[in-house]
Design a protein around this ligand. Structure first.
Ligand SMILES: [Zn+2]
Length: 490
């Protein structure tokens, strides 16, 4: 068997580079071990990424094209590991001297009792062969390696780590993003195009390119009763997000920065060409993106500019209320004056039944919050909180235990126990810390009222009243506090 079966096709360029690029680089070999719930692909990805970043080359003259591997499906110690045995014998006979051994994680060498690792350390040290994991940590006979060896035997925490790598690999391979929600325009799993939705997107794209505004396109869609999957109308922000998404040109992006063939691709940018059906060609995609980005100031600026946005919700349907103006009845002289209101908007998927005077609402909440702050003691700077000291104490416990382990006062099982125990306490303490009230954004009640910083004021109000409902009440927009609904939990 050759290693073609082990290296995913998407990494073949990386592999060529490691085998045939600059030959003056430090040579290395890889060791992979397959086991239940693990595969070669994610091990290859991480080792390849590390080797590139560390400026190594893969030495194809030893092992199988520079690779040693085992296919054992179990971590039990009776299973034969021909790849590992070959690696050990090559180390002992000096075939590997001057090479580095790279593994994805220490647990690929051994997840069994420490005697296996101890033997590994002795043999590699004698033969002057060094071993690195894919994060660049040297695996040698030190305390860290010992502790990781103990923790590795509790499998759980490693699984999340592997799933992360698997997601990256799916992206590099151009597989469709995994998601619980069906993507607008596609059947589940991106297997086919949902034609009715695709047509909506294609039409909207054409209109944008022709110079029509997203607002006017949304209005047309609302008139034609075109709605999203959840039955709510398309908003400007929805349309802007969808039309800019590379997924419709079958371009695969990733949710974090990702390293591909030695280059870091920033999140959201195309990582690979996908194999799923396209709704837009790449040219069509980039064409509409260029127009929408030019208009980004209005298309994406969604930061609230009013005191109570994000706090007030419609007491009838639960939709967040928006700031806006409403024309009132004409005065006696025939003039109409606009009322400024917070309202439940149909355009945002609401019932449209509630709108109340914004000045009255804002004035009321400023006063209410002012009264809530006034009785509070003025706390400047440090909040009295002992959990920080307790965290330091638990951290010291761990370092003491490590010290004791080094001096042979306790064995590694005791160290692992102490560590796990203290770590759990630290996590709990951090939770309490987060739950305890942080200082308010303003110093005191007067500073709150006088502040010219609307974001600061809104943050302060939200600390006392995270969500407040506004009930429908007759005609007009006059506000009375009894129209407010304060949720129990808030
Ligand atoms: Zn409503």
């Amino acid at each position: 068997m050759r290693t073609d079966d082990i290296f995913p096709a998407a990494l073949s360029a990386d592999r060529d580079y490691l085998l045939n690029g600059d030959m003056s680089r430090q040579p290395c070999v890889f060791y992979f071990r397959k086991s239940i719930g693990d595969d070669f692909a994610t091990q290859v990805l991480r080792c390849v990424q590390y080797a590139r970043s560390a400026g190594l080359r893969l030495d194809a003259s030893i092992g199988v094209d520079g690779v040693y591997y085992d296919e054992d499906k179990s971590g039990s110690k009776d299973i034969e590991r021909p790849g590992y045995n070959k690696l050990m014998s090559d180390i002992m006979s000096g075939n590997l001297s001057g090479r580095l051994i790279v593994v994805r994680d220490q647990d690929r060498l051994s997840r069994r009792e420490s005697s296996v690792l101890e033997e590994y350390h002795v043999v590699t040290e004698l033969s002057k062969v060094r071993t690195f994991d894919s994060s660049g940590r040297e695996i040698k006979d030190d305390v860290t390696t010992g502790i990781i060896g103990v923790l590795n035997r509790s499998e759980a925490k490693i699984i999340g780590h592997r799933q992360r790598i698997r997601k990256e690999l799916r992206a590099i391979e151009g597989k469709p993003p995994a998601s619980r929600m069906r993507r607008t325009g596609y059947t589940p799993g991106y297997t086919a195009i949902e034609w009715e939705e695709a047509k909506i997107l294609r039409r909207a794209r054409k209109k944008v390119v022709a110079g029509q505004s997203l607002t006017s396109i949304c209005n047309e869609m609302r008139k034609n009763e075109i709605v999203k999957q959840n039955g709510k109308p398309y908003l400007v922000s929805d349309l802007s997000r969808l039309l800019r998404d590379p997924v419709y040109a079958a371009l695969r992006t990733f949710s974090r920065d990702i390293e591909v063939e030695g280059k870091v691709i920033p999140r959201g940018q195309a990582v690979a060409k996908g194999a799923w059906p396209r709704i837009f060609t790449e040219e069509e995609h980039y064409e509409v993106v260029k127009i929408l980005v030019r208009n980004a100031s209005w298309a994406t600026d969604s930061s609230p500019k009013h005191l109570l946005t994000g706090i007030l919700v419609c007491g009838e349907c639960g939709t967040k209320m928006a700031f806006g103006s409403k024309r009132g009845n004409p005065h006696k002289d025939g003039t109409k004056k606009p009322h400024y209101v917070y309202r439940c908007q149909k355009a945002r998927g609401g019932c449209g039944r509630v709108s109340r005077n914004s000045d009255a609402l804002e004035g009321f909440f400023l006063e209410l919050t002012y009264q809530a702050i006034k009785p509070l003691p003025v706390v400047k700077g440090k909040v009295v909180d002992t959990s920080a000291d307790e965290i330091v104490r638990q951290e010291r416990k761990i370092s003491d235990a490590v010290e004791a382990f080094k001096n042979d006062d306790i064995d590694i099982a005791a160290l692992a126990n102490i560590r796990r125990d203290a770590q759990k306490k630290i996590v709990d303490l951090r939770k309490t810390q987060a739950a305890k009230s942080q200082p308010l954004p303003v110093d005191d009640a007067e500073a709150f009222l006088e502040s010219r910083d609307i974001d600061k004021q809104r943050d302060t109000i939200r600390r006392f009243f995270p969500v407040v409902g506004v009930k429908v009440a007759g005609q007009g927009v006059r506000f009375h506090p009894r129209q407010l609904v304060f949720p129990e939990s808030a």
